[in-house]
Design a protein around this ligand. Structure first.
Ligand code: GLN
Length: 170
């Protein structure tokens, strides 16, 4: 976001959540992020903030953290978006790839970078599918939460980032 002129700060402790106007849960290693969130007692305040309507972009491991349920292997999650994900569902690091995904609901088709990406295997009817690849949802939205299997920060232009950054204005 910094590259787009949006001021950012890291969230490591509960007090870092104060006065945020939006939140990104980035890619990484979801099992480690989950442990750090537990150690720093971030889960409850994070869920409360998301439930309050703060615009959230969850990408890759961030999506895994927020899913209702996580498979392969099973892992605890925060249940803030009503979908089921399969970790590494698009293969391992060596299978990283750029795919042209199909946009829906006004989004154009765009390139998306998949790196040990989760695969969304189930979505509730309340979840809007904004892009898909190979028949699977890859960008979804539920209320204030936008969640991607891929890394939207690695492409330019990035319709996903545009959508997220406009979230406060619609
Ligand atoms: N495979 C990772 C996980 O399960 C996510 C990879 C990513 O965020 N690029 O946490």
């Amino acid at each position: 976001m910094a590259g787009r002129g949006v001021p950012t700060r890291w969230v490591k402790r509960e007090h870092d959540l104060e006065d945020l106007t939006a939140l990104v849960l980035p890619g990484g290693e979801s099992s480690v992020m989950l442990k750090l969130a537990a150690i720093n007692e971030l889960e409850a305040p994070l869920c409360a903030l998301i439930a309050s309507g703060l615009p959230v972009l969850a990408t890759c491991a961030g999506l895994i953290l927020l899913a209702r349920s996580v498979r392969t292997p099973e892992q605890q999650s925060l249940g803030m978006i009503d979908c089921v994900v399969e970790r590494n569902g698009y293969g391992r690091q060596v299978h990283s790839a750029v795919h042209r995904v199909t946009g829906h609901n006004g989004l154009p088709d765009f390139d998306a970078v998949f790196i040990r990406a989760p695969r969304i295997v189930e979505v509730a009817p309340t979840v809007e599918v904004l892009a898909e690849w190979n028949g699977d949802p890859v960008l979804v939205r539920q209320d204030n939460v936008l969640a991607a299997c891929f890394h939207p920060e690695l492409v330019d232009p990035s319709p996903t980032l545009d959508l997220f950054l406009s979230a406060g204005t619609h």
